[in-house]
Ligand binder design. Structure first.
Ligand SMILES: Cc1cc2nc3c(=O)[nH]c(=O)nc-3n(C[C@H](O)[C@H](O)[C@H](O)COP(=O)(O)O)c2cc1C
Length: 188
């Protein structure tokens, strides 16, 4: 059985056509963050992408307790085992967006369990994605490559940010290329 309660996608025409007949630009940013680093990068991306239209944002929450040393060990075990854990039902369907930006912390050189659950359910419906992760040091390429495998559409950008740099706000200067690729993808 699916770990996520069903969510209905609106027909694309209903989501993209404004009354004036212009196609609106729509970006969804989805992320999971256990201790705030990925959330900080996500917030920087939202700030940078606000013009011409602010992205919609979905923060994922899984239903397991990830606090403290036991929570950490459980998270490692779930990540290594590539377990699909239950997550709270997302409010927004990614099929309704031109570009979906997805962020995760690296857990044991792969994605967090909540993002795995999300992509397991919605990856096949995503048309264009930009992927990012935050990490202490390792796993950037492996994590984004594994995320990409779970997405049916095109991956227009992928990258990673070290937590130490994020803490010092130094990720901001590293986001330009990632942001340019998202803007180009929204523009097509
Ligand atoms: C369960 C777990 C596993 C982790 N595994 C790795 C790892 O394999 N390599 C690494 O460099 N950092 C690892 N980290 C560190 C996180 O990737 C890093 O601190 C990340 O920025 C945390 O993001 P968050 O604050 O959004 O949760 C791990 C952290 C946790 C909690």
């Amino acid at each position: 059985m699916s770990p996520i309660p069903p969510l209905t996608a609106a027909p694309p025409s209903a989501m993209h056509d404004s009354p004036g007949g212009h196609r609106s630009l729509r970006t969804l940013l989805v992320y999971y963050s256990r201790t705030g680093t990925t959330k900080k990068v996500a917030e920087s991306l939202v700030y940078a992408l606000t013009a011409p239209q602010a992205p919609d944002v979905e923060q994922l929450h899984d239903t397991k307790d990830r606090h403290g040393p036991i929570g950490f060990l459980r998270a490692v075990a779930d990540a290594v085992g590539r377990k699909i854990v239950p997550i709270e039902r997302p409010a927004l369907h990614p099929a309704n967006y031109d570009v979906v930006v997805i962020g995760t912390p690296v857990w044991a050189d792969t994605m967090s369990s909540a993002v795995r659950a999300y992509l397991g359910e919605f990856g096949p419906t995503i048309r264009r994605a930009a992927l990012f992760c935050t990490t202490a040091s390792s796993g950037i390429e492996d994590t984004t490559a594994e995320m990409a495998q779970m997405i049916d559409g095109e991956v227009v950008a992928s990258g990673g940010f070290r937590a130490k740099l994020v803490k010092r706000d130094e990720h901001i200067g590293l986001m330009d290329e990632f942001l340019d690729r998202i803007r180009e993808a929204v523009d097509v």
